[in-house]
Design a protein around this ligand. Structure first.
Ligand SMILES: C[S@@+](CC[C@H](N)C(=O)[O-])C[C@H]1O[C@@H](n2cnc3c(N)ncnc32)[C@H](O)[C@@H]1O
Length: 313
């Protein structure tokens, strides 16, 4: 039997997702502490509750960007913590978590408006430590989560730090551009602060549509949306300058998280087979104050709307 490294942790809740082989797309079946592709006699380990479904080649290619992202997030104080998004008032990111929680509430309400009360089959995309996945689980839905980051501090293996209930999330190390899941597996695909990491947005949207059932929805929030591409590029360039100074390492533009451009979104989504609604997030007065401050400070302001897309055809 060929395959990935042997499992070290115990397999957690049984998979409810039809996970597929990342090499040949054949269905995987439980086998020991992992999943087996009978077509290729290839075995994928399940470690600490996370199915390691990335191909070895992609894991190697993605590693520098994943490690840099982990480093930056750790240094900026983003990590798995009990009870997220609820944090103490003195927490260094208390304001950001309050806003994020409000946008997540609105995103859930918009999804419920389209899907009804559920229970839904949900995929949390670029889930990190799974705080949104846990919220949806607590609402009574069945939840799966994918990410390229399996770190125990901030990635998929950190989910139990947020809540012990995370053991019930069907988690897989996988990339959003090539999801190892059967077609039409999900009623809702959610991307919290992750869609702007997509290396190829159109390809990713087509892939998300493939795994969403007809009539299902895709909701993205907390991705920066600019009015002009040049403002997004200026944000990326500024971030790269800061990181180059802080870490003294050469940086690759391709590994950087990006941004979305407002005017391009309707046609991008339409081309990929989605009908899109763009909803302003909560807190209009705070948003205006933020825009003003950003424009004065940097000459540009990103918006953080909630994107609600429906798979009609
Ligand atoms: C800003 S974090 C957001 C994490 C979490 N969703 C949240 O709201 O806190 C972006 C996440 O997207 C993940 N990511 C980046 N590129 C990805 C890809 N190609 N496929 C899947 N996940 C990806 C990162 O590893 C990271 O965990």
């Amino acid at each position: 039997m060929s395959g990935e490294a042997r499992a070290t942790g115990l397999a957690e809740a049984p998979s409810w997702v039809g996970w597929c082989c990342s090499y040949c797309s054949a269905p995987l079946e439980p086998h020991g502490h992992g999943l087996l592709c009978r077509a290729e006699d290839r075995w994928f380990a399940t470690q600490d509750g996370v199915h390691r479904l990335l191909t070895e080649e992609r894991r190697r290619e993605l590693l520098p960007a994943v490690e840099m992202d982990q480093r930056v997030r750790r240094d900026e104080g983003w990590r798995a913590e009990p009870g997220l998004p609820d944090v103490a008032p003195g927490h260094p990111h208390a304001r950001a978590w309050r806003s994020r929680a409000a946008r997540f509430r609105q995103a859930r309400a918009l999804a419920a408006g389209r899907l009804g009360p559920g229970p839904w089959r949900v995929l949390d995309l670029g889930a990190g430590c799974c705080w949104t996945a846990i919220g949806l689980l607590e609402d009574g839905h069945r939840v799966a989560a994918v990410d390229v980051n399996v770190d125990a501090e901030d990635g998929l293996r950190g989910a139990e730090r947020v809540s012990p209930r995370a053991a019930a999330i069907d988690r897989a190390e996988a990339e959003m551009e090539a999801l190892p899941a059967e077609p039409a597996s999900f009623d809702l695909v959610l991307a919290a602060a992750s869609l702007h990491y997509a290396a190829h947005l159109t390809r990713t949207l087509v892939e998300l549509r493939r795994v969403t059932r007809r009539g299902g929805v895709f909701v993205a929030f907390d991705s920066p949306v600019f009015g002009r591409r040049q403002d997004g590029e200026a944000m990326v360039a500024e971030r790269m300058r800061v990181q180059a100074r802080r870490y003294s390492v050469p940086l690759d533009r391709d590994g950087q998280p990006g941004y979305l451009v407002g005017d391009e979104l309707p046609s991008l989504f339409r081309t990929a087979g989605w009908s899109l609604e763009v909803h302003a997030g909560p807190g209009r007065a705070r948003r205006w104050a933020w825009d003003l401050r950003e424009v004065l400070r940097r000459g540009r302001a990103a918006r953080f709307p909630i994107l609600l897309a429906r798979r009609d055809g």
